[in-house]
Design a binder for this molecule. Structure first.
Ligand SMILES: Nc1ncnc2c1ncn2[C@@H]1O[C@H](COP(=O)(O)OP(=O)(O)OP(=O)(O)O)[C@@H](O)[C@H]1O
Ligand SMILES: O=C(O)c1ccc[n+]([C@@H]2O[C@H](COP(=O)([O-])O)[C@@H](O)[C@H]2O)c1
Length: 213
């Protein structure tokens, strides 16, 4: 199965990485494709440029064969819509190969604001992970979609190319990029919240401090 984990990754942190490693192990060794977006459709523009976010991601996964980075959204200088990215992946993989996209509960709780959200399950399964601090509470139309498509176990996702929604309870870390950025801005330590290579890049390049001058 192919698994995509999209995000702003501004910056990538240990919460993302632990989640990705857990998924890799629980999905029969599927490689998890971390996909940084160029310009997110739905939020403030990232504090770090795409090239820095990509460099930090590549460093973060460098010695972890279960994870990989896919830079296709960054390579296109426009707003990144997940539907377009999934369509591209689907045409590369063919109609039969299982493909899943991962979202935290925070993202799933506003899923009805995504462009073409009702069509996304036709392109890929959706795996919803219980992000600490964000109970699963989708709005009514998303809850109805979940009820209709809910998978009982991970193995179900291997039996079809797309169409199911799996909610997974994983042991995760309560870390947010917003918190990492505000610590960096304030000159406080971000060590052990992010991999050491990411900590060094933020320190050496002065990332995030610059945005407030
Ligand atoms: N600590 C975490 N545990 C599990 N999932 C997470 C965690 N942090 C982020 N995610 C999920 O990873 C994906 C990408 O997240 P994103 O890059 O926006 O990070 P973030 O920490 O939420 O950033 P920000 O604080 O800037 O919003 C989303 O689906 C999000 O739900
Ligand atoms: O396609 C959309 O309309 C859309 C709306 C909101 C979020 N997304 C994607 O969801 C992923 C997680 O977003 P975020 O805010 O948690 O970084 C990221 O890959 C975004 O591109 C996509």
């Amino acid at each position: 199965m192919h698994v995509m984990l999209g995000g702003t990754f501004d910056p990538v942190h240990n919460g993302h990485l632990r989640m990705a490693v857990e998924l890799h192990e629980r999905l029969d060794g599927a490689r998890i494709r971390l996909m940084p977006c160029h310009r997110p459709p739905h939020r403030d523009q990232p504090g770090a440029e795409g090239a820095h976010r990509l460099e930090m991601l590549r460093d973060a996964v460098a010695e972890e064969p279960g994870l990989m980075v896919d830079s296709r959204e960054l390579d296109q200088d426009r707003v990144s819509y997940t539907g377009e990215t999934l369509q591209q992946l689907r045409s590369e993989l063919g109609a039969e190969t299982p493909l899943a996209m991962v979202v935290g509960t925070d993202a799933f709780n506003t899923f009805d604001q995504w462009r073409g959200w009702m069509q996304l399950p036709e392109l890929a399964h959706i795996i919803v992970v219980n992000r600490p601090g964000f109970p699963l509470a989708p709005p009514e139309p998303v809850a109805a979609m979940l009820q209709e498509r809910r998978a009982a176990e991970a193995a179900e996702l291997q039996r079809s190319a797309s169409g199911s929604i799996l909610v997974m309870e994983l042991p995760l870390l309560e870390i947010a990029a917003t918190e990492v950025r505000s610590r960096a801005v304030a000159g406080r330590s971000i060590r052990y919240l992010v991999p050491d290579a990411v900590w060094r890049t933020i320190r050496d390049q002065g990332l995030y401090r610059l945005e407030t001058g």
